[in-house]
Design a protein around this ligand. Structure first.
Ligand code: XMP
Length: 530
């Protein structure tokens, strides 16, 4: 069963990171998609009743022993299939075409020539176009009954089609933006070849999820941990839309938050959603637990442990309260459910199963208490981050929350290199606020995935301010651009914006006399410093 009412387009994952990107591009064409492993059988495919299938690229050669195979029965189901790169070659081989190890690699921008008007797949596209390729083997001969739609200098069959069998393939990667007409290839496949209308959008998810949540929860009570981040905020707002005051949100203020975050949750979020919120003031508890600790792993462990304790206590108090109420008025529901803002990439990366067992206990509420007996409500399980933001906006959440950059569960605690103290947190909060304000003022938010601001509390350098010598700490700016945080590049911020940030921080934040820019990609550097 698909997780929504829409018949999915199944993206068969042959490895590497292409499948998620393809799934996103399909959704950008307003068609719902789901990723499945390449080990899926034809019967399993049929059971999912897909509207179409896309075979992804992958790192292997079809000639390698043990290279990922496909149940070729899938190609006989009469469901439209598009093979991409490795998926294209697997298709060619299974259908009786010839895949040759030509020794001619094509990597990067590659010119292709479209033949015979391009057929359904390349309809409306220019005869000469630039595509993005990455392959060693090539399809030398198309299977019988297939029309060749394009070729490149070293690949005689760069795209093929059989309209009759509704089977299509391209050697290049249409999901990559460097393929100039890539999205058009996907749209031709989905809308023209498979005849799908393009009527899915993240907004549909609201109505669908509200129904699902009501069916799951009944009249029981639900709790949700809010982290201040986008995912937990949107997940809780969806559940609130579905079951109203059966939901109580818990927000743990661990003192490691950024400036204004608590107010945004307590005032703006509550005002826009009407949720019942319990805030737990745990700053001192966290500071005490972190005193004297500089090792990053230890800090993370301590913060995680304290978070779980605090959250559990709050949850227990709510359960007790509900029981008392239940005793008083028969019929008030039990607290049975916990909301989690698990996103689709988490589901896919942890095995893509449909149960809750194999889901990463993700960081949204700082890791889940293992012995908690709550059942999970996960209304964002089918969604990518940008879709979650779109839903949050549609639910009327404040832009400061919906548009917020990803922020780690352990908060500013892992952005202070050295011991975490209240004083240092205050310094870092001030610097971080300046950075956020200036980046937003310069209109750079869309370009930046996130910009950690790091205080090197264990480092001092000599400076001069006024007439005096100073011996202060450096602040590091770590602006990165990324699609998914798995890889990232440092963002080339305009010099004048950097200059303004640097001036403001060194003037306004005491004990900081130097601002430095981190110019490392990921890999080798991670996004966070700890
Ligand atoms: P790294 O530093 O591993 O970060 O490149 C990748 C992404 O994950 C975020 N991050 C975390 N998020 N809990 C979280 O909720 C954590 O412990 C944590 N550590 C890193 C980081 O901000 C980036 O977006």
């Amino acid at each position: 069963m698909s997780e929504t009412a829409h018949r999915p387009v199944l993206v068969v994952d042959f490895g590497a990171q292409y499948a998620q990107l393809i799934a996103r591009r399909v959704r950008e064409a307003n068609v719902y998609s789901e990723i499945v492993p390449h080990s899926i059988t034809a019967a399993e495919v049929q059971a999912k009743n897909p509207a179409a299938i896309v075979l992804s690229g992958g790192p292997s050669s079809v000639y390698e022993p043990g290279s990922p195979a496909l149940d070729t029965g899938i190609l006989e189901l009469g469901i439209p299939v598009l093979g991409i790169c490795y998926g294209f070659q697997v298709m060619a081989q299974s259908l009786g075409g010839e895949v040759a190890n030509t020794g001619l690699r094509e990597y990067g921008a590659t010119d292709v020539v479209v033949a015979g008007g391009g057929g359904t797949l390349l309809a409306g596209q220019p005869e000469a176009q630039t595509t993005w390729m990455s392959h060693g083997d090539s399809v030398a001969t198309a299977p019988d009954g297939f029309e060749v739609l394009a070729s490149s200098a070293s690949t005689p069959v760069a795209a093929f089609a059989s309209d009759e069998r509704k089977l299509y393939g391209v050697q290049w990667h249409p999901e990559v933006k460097h393929s100039t007409y890539g999205q058009a290839v996907l749209e031709n496949f989905l809308h023209r070849a498979a005849g799908l209308p393009g009527d899915w959008n993240p907004g549909n998810v609201i109505a669908e999820q509200v129904e699902r949540i009501r069916a799951q929860v009944g009249d029981a009570r639900v709790i949700a941990g809010l982290s201040g981040g986008v995912d937990s905020a949107v997940a809780a707002a969806l559940v609130h839309r579905a079951v109203g005051d059966q939901l109580t949100c818990v927000f743990v203020d661990h003192g490691l938050l950024r400036a204004d975050e608590r107010r945004q949750v307590e005032e703006d979020y509550v005002a826009s959603t009407g949720v019942r919120l319990v805030t737990v003031d745990a700053e001192q508890q966290f500071l005490d637990a972190l005193a004297g600790v500089s090792d990053p792993e230890q800090k993370r462990k301590i913060i995680g442990r304290e978070f779980i304790r605090t959250f559990e206590q709050a949850a227990e108090a709510l359960v007790l309260e509900a029981r008392a109420e239940q005793a008083a008025h028969d019929g008030a529901g039990e607290v049975k459910f916990l909301v989690q803002g698990t996103l689709y990439p988490d589901v896919v990366e942890s095995g893509g199963g449909s149960g809750t067992a194999n889901i990463k206990s993700h960081h949204n509420v700082g890791g889940l208490p293992e012995d908690m007996t709550f059942e999970l409500v996960e209304p964002l399980r089918t969604l990518f981050k940008d879709e979650v933001r779109a839903i949050g906006r549609e639910l009327g959440l404040p832009e400061e929350i919906v548009g917020r950059q990803p922020f780690p569960g352990p908060g500013l605690g892992i952005r202070i290199v050295g011991e975490v103290t209240k004083d240092r947190l205050d310094l870092l909060r001030q610097a971080d606020k300046i950075v956020r304000t200036e980046l937003t003022a310069a209109g750079l938010d869309a370009e930046i995935w996130q910009c950690p601001v790091v205080l090197l509390a264990d480092v001092r350098s000599v400076g001069v301010q006024g007439d005096g010598r100073t011996y202060g700490h450096p602040i590091v700016l770590r602006p990165v651009s990324s699609e998914d945080a798995m890889t990232a590049d440092w963002t080339r911020l305009p010099f004048d914006v950097l200059a303004k940030i640097s001036n403001r921080i060194t003037n306004e934040v005491r004990e900081v006399n130097r601002v430095v820019l981190d110019v490392t990609s990921k890999p080798p550097g991670t996004i966070e410093w700890e």
